[in-house]
Structure formats: structure tokens, C-alpha cells
Design a protein around this ligand. Sequence first.
Ligand code: ATP
Length: 501
Amino acid sequence: MISEIMSSEFAHATPATDIKELQEMILAQRQRFIPILEQEELVGVVTRTDLLQQLVGNNGTASASKSRLKRKNLGRLLPEIVPTDLLERLKQLGEMAEKFDHKVYLVGGFVRDLLLRKLNDDIDIVVEGDGIAFAERVAEQLKGRIKAHRKFGTAVVICPAGLKIDVATARIEYYASPAALPEVEYASIRHDLYRRDFSINTLAMILNRSKFGQMIDFFGGQRDLKDRSIRVLHNLSFVEDPTRAFRAVRFEQRLGFSIGGQTERLLKNAVAMRVVGRVGGRRILNELRHILGEDQVVPALKRLDNLGLLPFVSPSLVFDADAEKLFSAAEKARNWFELLYTGEPFEPFLVDLLCLFDRLPRRELKRTVVALEMKMSWQKLLVDEIVPARKSLAALERSCMRTRQPAASKIYHWLRPLSLETLIFLLARAKTEEVRRAVSHYVTSLRHQQTTVDGHALTAMGLTPGAAYAQILKSLLDARLDGKISTAEEEIALVKKQFLK
Ligand code: ATP
């Protein structure tokens, strides 16, 4: 029965309740909607979405009803920015669009960056009609491979020279009014573009030969590029998809733009009403990864902190001056390691996460990696290595205070359990030059040292295999690391002297 699962303790209001009071109720009670009672009778409900809409009003977003098509020809700009072979490919797509009677548009980052006079080699196209059929023809003509997701009407064509074309389908919209009207002629692509995150990402360019290079701008994307503004298309944009809050910060910081006033209010409301908390961990992690992959990470993290977005990554996460210092040091450490060109697999994102999560209590850290749905190997690295890493760092610090230069064998055994990512993190975390020197000595040299003598050699020398072998091999390695011996003969001599009586 419903009575077994229903909640009967919830806040309610009356038609006379003040909006501010209602907002408090929704926030404090974490209730998604408030029933409105009049003389104990249910007369309506107010949802969180209704409240958001009421709070932010209607100004300043590119509301669909207000949108007006703006066109411009990019024919002159294209050859200035786009290399000839890529431009030829785009024209080829336009020829095929014409031949197969589809309308095909280039959309997204490519067009945005073109107007900013930068090349973006992400080729995203939208096809009015059957996108997958078009992608198949493109693959055939360009001798590429195709991967299609029929459920979503999307495909990726991978061409021999490495060019990748993402193809999406715009559902064709049918209208009773004459198709000569631009609103009707472009209804499908407009509908597709309206689902996008920010006005600057809604610009599209026609590829069809007859109109090749014509840009269409429904939602004021050009104006916002000029004003250097990140603006959502409608008031419920962040409610519809709260990951856009992270994306707004990413584009703002990457392009050196500002999140528009109204858009920032909407974003802050989405934070205050905790709609951002509804996003699955994997998607948050994905956005964070994109942000940490940008050139300017520190300003972006400061901005996330300032907008209250970090607690959606982990409840007590902050980005303060200490965190900033750690990040800058980690960047130097990463650059140093990359310049070693060791070619070893290494995940810079994990170094950033180690820095970001540095001051989280262990319990929260454990909960966070699970909530963010990280793969197990990352969870293990972030959670299980942190305690040994802190202990090793403390041991190194103590030892460096006493002797300035700890024995290489000691450094080796303190640092050996740690991954490359954690070692780079420790380089950033080290407070003194001596500790940094010890860690970098381990990374560049000590960790590669090996003994020449192995278990087989010990048996050949007449020793009985067993647990003692590990101890003997460790003594040999320590002697090598500390420079007491350096050749196979010296190793054998040491075994004979110490272990063969
Ligand atoms: P980049 O330059 O980093 O590749 P991009 O603009 O190509 O950035 P993507 O994340 O690759 O951005 O997304 C491609 C397009 O898909 C964007 O231009 C954007 O319009 C749209 N998009 C992506 N994520 C969302 C989202 N959460 N909500 C709405 N539109 C989105």
C-alpha cells in the first residue's frame, strides 16, 4: 500500500506564503516541492523548478521565442584559418550533402573558434535527415571507418589521414507554413541548436555547396563572442543539465570570457537549490577532468570554488591559497617529469586529483572516489597510497633534517611502494630542497637499480631456496644503491662473505 512508503512529514505553505519563505522551506527541508494548502485542502504545489523560474525572471537569456536568425558568410575567413586540405574535405562534405539531398551543417566548437580566428579540428556536423546513412556515404567516399550509435542517430567517421568527423541527426520538423520563411526552412537545425549549452556554441555553418560557408546564428552567439560572454539559452538550462555549470567555468576560463550576469544568477540559484547535486558522479568527474586538462587550471579551480561548485565534487572541498601553491608546484613537477621523456604511462589527471583532495579527511576521500564512480585502479591509487605516501614524506623530512642527505637505500625503500603519480605529487608537496632532491633522485635513478645476482644465481652458489633469499637480495640492492658495490663480482663476493659460511 502507498501508505507504507509515502512521507507524511513535509513542509507546506498557503497561497499567502511569502516567496522568500518558500525558498527557505525548499532549501532547508531539501524538499523538491511544497504542497499549498488552503483551509487544510490541497489547492496546488510549487516545485523547485517553478521557484527557480520565478526567482530569475526572464531577462538576459536568449529565450527561444525571442531568437532571430542572423546570417553571415564565412567564405573569406575560412581559407585564412583552415588549412587547404581540411577546407577541401569540408567542401567535399558539402558536395555530398547536395548530391544526397541532405542539409548538412558544421556546428559547435569549430565555428565558435573560427570566429575567434582559431583553428579547432573537431569536426561536428549535423545532418537534417538520416545522419547515419549520410555518415555511411561519407565513410565510403573518404575510405574511412564508421562507428554508428543507431539509438542516438549519431556516428563517427574516422578517415585514413586521422581526420575524425562526428555526425549527428537533426530530426526533420514539418510545418504547415511555407518553407520559404527562414524560421521554417531552418526549423530542424534550430531545434538541434536550441538544445545546446551556451549561445557561443550554437553557431552553425552550412556545408551544402549552394550555400557553403553561410553561418547561421539563432541565439545571439556572434554578439556574445564579441561581448566575450558565456550565456545560457534559457532560464532552466542549468536545471535541465547541471553539468553546464562546470562547462560554463571551463569555457569562461579557457576563452578569457565572463559568465553573463543573468547566467551567473541562474548558476548560483542552481547551486543554492542543490540541483547540481543531482548529477551522477561519473559526469561530474568527466567535467572535472576536462577542466583539469585545460591550460589554466588554477583560475578555473578558484572560480569553481567561488561559485560554490566544489562541494558537488566532495562536500568539504575548497580551493584556497595553500591549494593554489600546491597546484603550481605540481605543475612544475609534472613539467620536470615530462621533460625526462621516459615514455612511461602516466596520468597527469591523477596528480591533480591528489593535489585537489590533499586535505580531505580519509573517510571523505573514500566516499568521494566511490561517489565519482572512478575506476578501481584510480580509487586504489588515490585512497590506498595516500597514507604510505604521507608516512614516507614524513620519514624523508625527518631524515633530511638530521643528515641533509639520507642513504639512497633508505630513500628507495620509503618510496618504492608509490606510483609515479604519487611521486610527482610528493615532489610538489615537499617543503625543502633536500626532500625534493631525494624524490627526484629516486625517480630519475634509484628506482631503476637492480642487482645482477638473482635467485637462480644464489642457488647455483649453494644456498637453499627459501625466505632468506629476499633478505639477501635486499642487502645486495642496498649495497648497490649506497654505492658500496657496483659489479656482479662484488655482489658475489658480498654473498660469500655474509651469507655463505
Ligand atoms: P572543446 O573545444 O573542448 O572540444 P566543444 O565546444 O567542442 O569544446 P564538447 O564538450 O566537445 O565542446 O561538446 C560539443 C558540443 O556539444 C558543444 O559545442 C555543445 O554545444 C554541446 N554540448 C556538450 N555538452 C553539452 C551539455 N551538457 N549541454 C548542452 N550542450 C552540450
